[in-house]
Ligand binder design. Sequence first.
Ligand code: GLU
Length: 293
Amino acid sequence: MAASSPDFAEPVFRFAPSPNGRLHLGHALSVLTNERLAHKLGGQLLLRIEDIDVTRCKPEFEAGIREDLAWLGLRFDGAVRRQSEHFERYAEVVGGLQARGLVYPCFCSRQVIKRAVGLRQAWPVDPDGAPLYPGTCRACDPAEAATRIAAGEPHVLRLAMDHAIATVGGAAGYVAFYEAGHERLVAVQPARWGDVVLARKEVPTSYHLSVVLDDALQGVTHVVRGRDLEAATDIHVVLQRLLGLPTPRYHFHPLLSDETGQKLAKSRLSESLADLRERGVTAGEIRAQLGFG
Ligand code: GLU
């Protein structure tokens, strides 16, 4: 297969698991959907390891993921990109946004935010159910913030969302993305997320920042992922516009539930592909069960 051209004419898909646990059937659905679409469009399928969470991500989980993917019969194009090897690049990009006044340091702990919003009635929450950041540190004097940072006070870096929205073209809902399969433009609503964290306390990036940068850097043209990440795409589109990066096409596949109706999740210790394999289930049976037989 030819290397991707600079204008990203060749379709490029990616599967981007986080090695903080073993893969379950939901991940299998995700990677097989990517594989099917990449095959249909004659495109590439890349593997990216999203391991910025240095405490929860472990090499043995990455090894397990690679084993599961090989067992399912998946083959990936190009080199595997491991996000933990690119912290410097992410820090540089956040620094650039900060220099443009789009990012500010925030010293509030979760408890401080909870207390601040708990005092007010019916405080709005983001699509993930977390209270919107009340903006406490936005008013911080920059010299004072610099002194606190120099003294080693833990802090995150937040995107000043209303400023970001104004910079990319005004009202929320102005930017839009295609959803493959429905072929419609979907207006994004980034304001509903408030001032999201772009760099965490322990690492100079966040899921949002690194996923956007890496999709662009790897020439990804089609992002195929679970419906649970649909709302977060609001933030991704704003970051793409701010950074002058292309917006890929998006497709969100349904989420799988277990027999009790609960969404499959690593955090709920849903039965893993490795568990299924141990029970004697074959890769062919998994493919067939998910509609890829
Ligand atoms: N790393 C994310 C996860 O494992 C997926 C990110 C994405 O597909 O954008 O949930």
